[in-house]
Design a protein around this ligand. Sequence first.
Ligand code: MSP
Length: 650
Amino acid sequence: MSTNPFYITTPIYYVNDRPHIGHAYTTILADVLARYHRLLDHPTYFLTGTDEHGQKVQQAADKAGMTPQQQADQTVVRFQELWDKLDITHDDFIRTTETRHVKVVQDILSDLYARDEIYRAEYDGWYDVSSETFVTEREAEEAGGESNPNLTRIKEANYFFRMSRYQEWLIQYIEANPSFIQPDFRRNETLGFLRKPLMDLCISRPKTRLSWGIELPFDDQFVTYVWFDALVNYISAVGYLRDEAKFNQWWPASIHLIGKDILTTHTVYWPTMLKAMGVAQPQTVFAHGWWLSGASKMSKSVGNVVNPMEMIDRYGVDAFRYFLIAEMTLGQDASFSEEAFVRRFNADLANDLGNLLSRVAKMIRKNTDGVIPAVDGDPLTGEEEASVWASVQEAVQAIHQSVDTLRLDTGLASVLAAVRATNRYLELKQPWTLAKQEDRAPLHTVLYTAAEALRVISALLFPVMPERMTALREALGVDQVEPHMQRLAQFGVLQAGAPVADPGVLFPRIKPLVSSIEQELPMSEPTPQPSTPAPAVPPVVVPGVIDYEYFAQVQLRTARVVAAERIEGTNKLLKVDVRIGDERRQLVAGIALYYTPEELLDKTVVVVTNLKPATIRGIKSEGMLLAASKGESLRLITVDGNLSTGAVVK
Ligand code: MSP
């Protein structure tokens, strides 16, 4: 048994609003990783919680006409209920308003103050009201100075943490420990940030401006800055300064899972704070990307935020967990759309996995008295059996590896490959024909081999879909305790004679969603006129006046052209690569008669981002450029002045 402890954390979530898909994703991911580590027999500790102090919570409370504590008490329940519903198996849930946390933050502050790591000074400079942070002269200038309504000059006494003194140390630490910040491009981002001089960190807020926070133990006129409070949760929850044995058991954390939006706080503030405290660094800070709604950022004002509760109610907890984990390449942004969800559900779960289980269970129930059949000799001497088992073992390896590298999407793809290999095996061996034979041995071998494959597959998928995989395993008569990885390598664990139950339909097929507007291909080459009358297609009726809702369905974003080339065999089409915010996309546009590829480079254009992708001349096109045309002329729509790419056009 390995004693490698695994301590994983999620960010603690602000209680200013109800949980959304981003919160659900990080927490599900942490849960899946925790469950895999338990499967590997690693002592595992999984922490999540809520960040209850600070301006955001105070503002939400003011708006709702409540005290901040009431706001926190009310919202925390929504998170806890969602985690319950999502089968999250956290070991602890910390709230930053709990005494066990507040006292530790204050002890840390006292200690740092006593050791001159924190000092008092007069601050005279710029302050950004929207992010509640102090900004340098240069940053203020870049953000428009006086003309920016969020920027204001303030002069007040505050307390500062001597962060700047750790700049050199931090750079060296990050360089010497490549796994400290992951993925690599995030490490480079932090190192880039550290090329500029690091300022000392203002860690207080005068109560006159913000009272909702932990009071500084050495000055009751101030509360501590919310990040100096929040980050400490990772150690206060596991007994820092209170329970040495517990703390030594779990700290340093194996992984702090975070979203890319909170990279600096976790890879600059937190390491320097720990260094000043004399506490070891976490092993890895892993920043994942964002879930986008189609291609757009989810935002409350746009109204495209995916509500996890709705998804669960519609499609079930396990399907939601599976989609999020299988769809996102960790580190990068991913796009959420219900259509993609349904497509993947039907392909992977309803078809491939669902079919496999229902075939195996049905055949066993019908042909071998409803019990696992006995086999003579070693089935793996058969070529096809060995090959199925090899693909199952490959999946075991891939999952192992993907848990270490956090590439769960590839691990899951490999498990699905094993599912498909087993389905192919059944098609090849045709047990339904073998069942008509006198000699039962070939039938038994096939059913036993397929059932063994399912046993392992269900164990590999268990951390992602605990409820459905428990049902599957129950039907196969396998124990419900979390199976140990070691057993997954062995063939022959299922006992002959064990009853197999009817599993029912684990993943009922969902009717595919079709987008309501059939996509036309504007600006592409005209389709040749058919010589015979075209089949009757109902005409698309375009009303003279439309509701705003219709217009709002079309998502328009600004994009920068980063590459363009002609498409062979046509003089009208160009393949255009654009960057929309963080994302790169490829489009096919019928503008070659009006623009050369070179002319397009670096142009800011407007793209329809939520069109169903189309393949034109074998080239995938993910969106459409907007242009105005009259007579023989055509000009692309662009924006007036400088605006970063990815801006919403409305
Ligand atoms: N309270 C701070 C974190 C303190 S940790 C010591 C905070 N809270 S938050 O409620 O805003 O949640 C932030 C986290 O939610 C992000 O880091 C990310 O994990 C997740 N996400 C929020 N929106 C997201 C998406 N659209 N997509 C994926 N995750 C994103 O910041």
